[in-house]
Design a protein around this ligand. Sequence first.
Ligand code: SDX
Length: 429
Amino acid sequence: MTDKVAKLVIGDESYEFPVLEGSVGPDVIDIRSLYAKTGMFTYDPGFTSTAACDSAITFIDGDKGELLYRGYPIDQLAAKGSFIEVCYLLLYGELPNKQQLREFEALVTRHTMVHEQMHYFFRGFRRDAHPMAIMTGVVGAMAAFYHDSTDINDPEQREIASIRMIAKMPTIAAMAYKYSVGQPFVYPRNDLDFASNFLSMCFSVPAEPYEVNPVIARAMDLIFTLHADHEQNASTSTVRLAGSSDANPFACIAAGVACLWGPAHGGANEAALNMLREIGTVDRIPEFIARAKDKNDPFKLMGFGHRVYKNFDPRATVMQATAKEVLDLLGVENNPTLQVAQELEKIALQDQYFIDRKLYPNVDFYSGIILDAVGFPTSMFTVLFAMARTVGWIAQWKEMIGDPQKKIGRPRQLYNGSPSRDYEEISKR
Ligand code: SDX
């Protein structure tokens, strides 16, 4: 709380509202009493100027292009940390010491297997089902298999549900991939780290031994870290809203998966690679830049722009460097898609339309190039995003459930439909 107040004058009435300040970032005007005092609502579709909660997990400074997980800059965590360490940090607020990290990693590792009956659950899907459709269904169904960790008022059940979500999402994601390619499911291996285990479950086959490439595993681990959390984005807000009704955590995460799927959000990584492939060669870039600027054309440059970042998305910067490293390692020199991406970025950032609107590459612009080079089909890209974001969703859900000020989310509206009118008999219509 500050001693600052916001004054609102409506007609000849004047109202005052307290201004609250956080540790960093914009202050907020506490308008919780606005309707009671004025009989009016605020109006902010898309929540461009609305803080829906207070949180201590992730901070973004869009103008500086800064992203902090519990205060630690994303580029430092990406360079020096690991995804499992970032999971601990997001969940518990501090970096773990060696013993805490070892115990946490062992706990997650021991929860990577899914209930054997889940294998039969998959068999109801068509083989050509989009893996995100499978994820949305299977994650929601987890409440049917793990009903002993759905009581959100029991801190122990909340904790075990959190660990189960983080640990089992890779297994479910890998199963969704294996099912789509008609290969047998591969069980998790407790001797592998998080990223290596995921690669093994996706790409190993019973017919021969599988060796994880450590550089690829490191790149995947980095991609998971970059996607782990991102403040109150659309899917996280969906998880929070679902959780505000005391829905079980599996149902809340399933709601987040569904929202993330949209091409304006997490689905952009799949759409961005498809767009880069459609452009195909550098000489076709001007045609697509023109389409992106044409108000009569719904086409947007996928992987560009962001509600918060009006500078470089720091994740895109790390992702671009990783893309080059992985492609070099795989001997995929002169990857045409990477060349198109780099040239498109250069041209767009010199174009006044993009400059005026502060449109920069976001996290989804380069990630698909890496995932494609590693061997994932584009339909799996958003699944990987959901897998990594699960820890962020869970951390935000736990923070909300534990908030003594928690209330069910119930926005109001500006109504412009018909005023009250009487029913007319059909004979008179
Ligand atoms: C993610 O919120 C998060 O943090 C999300 C995320 C996370 O980690 O959770 O960061 C992950 O979702 C990243 C964003 C991925 N989406 C895309 O790459 C899809 C393409 N981008 C756009 O759809 C758009 O930029 C959004 C949805 C990302 C942001 O939209 P906003 O904030 O509502 O901005 P806007 O649509 O109002 O755009 C402002 C102007 C408009 O032009 P004018 O009406 O002012 O003339 O910029 C234009 C838009 O038409 N614009 C674009 C554009 N993005 C915005 N024009 C061309 N290409 C684009 N990509």
